[in-house]
Structures are given as C-alpha cells and as structure tokens.
Design a protein around this ligand. Structure first.
Ligand SMILES: [Mn+2]
Length: 246
C-alpha cells in the first residue's frame, strides 16, 4: 500500500492518465489530489470525470480544493440570481477558467446554471487539507501568522513563499506537502534530500510546457518521499498555451 500525492493537473488529462499508468495505481493505494485539477489545460472536465470515476470504482482517492476550484465555486455561486455581480465570474475566467468554460461548451456566466449537478457536487466535496501521521497535505500552504493555521482557509488556497515562516510546533512536526507555486522539477529530488524547511512543493508546472524546468506532472510517494515524473503529453492548442503563459 502506497500513499501518493499529485498536484496542479490543470486540465492535462492525458498526462494525468500517463502518470497513473506509470504508478500502476491499485485499490490498496491512497491517492491525494492536491487541487488545481481544472483550468488552463486542454480538458478540465475529463480530469474531474476520471477522478470521480476512480472514486466510484473503489479507488481511495481524496481530492483537495485549490484556488482554481475555489474560483470556479465562486463563479457557480455567482449565478444565483439575487447576487448578480460578475466580478467573481470574471476573476475565474481571466485566471484560466475560460478553458473550463470551453470544455463545458459554455459561453456566458449564465450558462453555468446548466452545469451538471455531478460537477457541482464534486467541487463542493473537496477538502481544504488532510492530516496524515507524518505529513499534512494542502493546495498552497499555511499562514503561520495565524493563531490556528487550520482555520485560515483562504491562505490554504492562495499563500505563496511560506516555507521560511513554518513553525513546527503548529504542525506537530509534520512535513507540509503542497503545490500551487510552480517550481523547477530538476531540483525537486535535491530539495527533498536537503529539506531546509519541513515542506515540499510538488507543482512542477505541468501545464507550462514551454517554460524551462516546467512541463512535468509529479507524484510524490508520501512514505518514501520519492517523486515520479511524467512529462506533459497533452496536445495543448497554441492559443491555450499562449493564454497559460501570459
Ligand atoms: Mn493554485
């Protein structure tokens, strides 16, 4: 039985499947998806479909909320008629949500009223963090200025550059495993070996295929702290890649 974490798939469905194939995932394993499953990449819907499919088939898959799922949730809430304000919808669309809208065949915020209930339920089922014996899993990280880091949900989705501020007393000496801020895949193994701070960022910028040091999806074994890499194999349309790089 292994425990594995994958983060920031960002709609890269083929790459996700290829990584699962490399891992030869079994129903004994536990797989944690650390958020940002959607937006920017070619097919966010197929990524969500596959995660739901694995869960339905009896695989132990736990999905966490990233800032992109949070923005999507805000955009869905936006369609409630009496709070008619497009800012939150626009925030999501400008931050890569446009690709998810295209996948859904939607063109306007109003169309989100037609969103299949299974996606609505899936987005609302996501958890903000998971505590295991030796590690804590979260999308972005934690705000250690907070009295109780587990109550600051917004920072779990959005925080960057928190490693220097980690207070091990607040995490019970566990290692924080997270994504959200793209990092160079080539230095990941070295960073794990050195472990300057009790945190590991596994977001190797899968969707940013043309950026040096990015374009890989990573699965981290949470017991051995061994990474497995999958190069991005998704056929990303040029316009999507340009939008992702802007
Ligand atoms: Mn993110």
């Amino acid at each position: 039985m292994r425990r594995l974490a994958i983060s920031d798939i960002h709609g890269c469905h083929q790459t996700f499947l290829a990584l699962l194939d490399q891992l030869q995932l079994t129903k004994e394993d536990e797989l944690y998806i650390l958020g940002d499953m959607i937006d920017r990449g070619p097919n966010s819907i197929l990524v969500m479909d596959h995660i739901m499919h694995l869960q339905e088939e009896g695989y132990k898959v736990t999905a966490l909320m990233g800032n992109h799922e949070w923005m999507f949730l805000q955009a869905i809430e936006e369609t409630i008629p009496y709070c008619w304000d497009y800012r939150r919808y626009q925030q999501w669309v400008k931050n890569g949500g446009i690709t998810t809208m295209l996948n859904l065949g939607f063109q306007r915020s109003d169309d989100l009223k037609k969103l299949d209930k299974k996606y609505d339920a899936f987005i609302r089922s996501l958890v903000n963090y998971v505590e295991l014996d030796k590690v804590i899993l979260v999308h972005a990280g934690f705000n250690f200025k907070a009295e109780d880091i587990f109550k600051d949900t917004q920072n779990m989705h959005w925080i960057r550059n928190f490693h220097e501020s980690i207070d091990p007393a607040k995490t019970n000496n566990r290692i924080i495993i997270h994504g959200h801020s793209t990092r160079n895949y080539e230095t990941l193994a070295q960073d794990i070996a050195e472990m300057k701070h009790p945190a590991i960022n596994i977001d190797c910028g899968c969707v940013y295929r043309s950026r040096p040091g990015n374009g890989y999806l990573c699965a981290l074994d949470l017991d051995t702290l061994t990474p497995t890499f999958q190069i991005n194999i998704d056929a990303i349309e040029k316009k999507v890649e340009e939008a992702a790089n802007s």
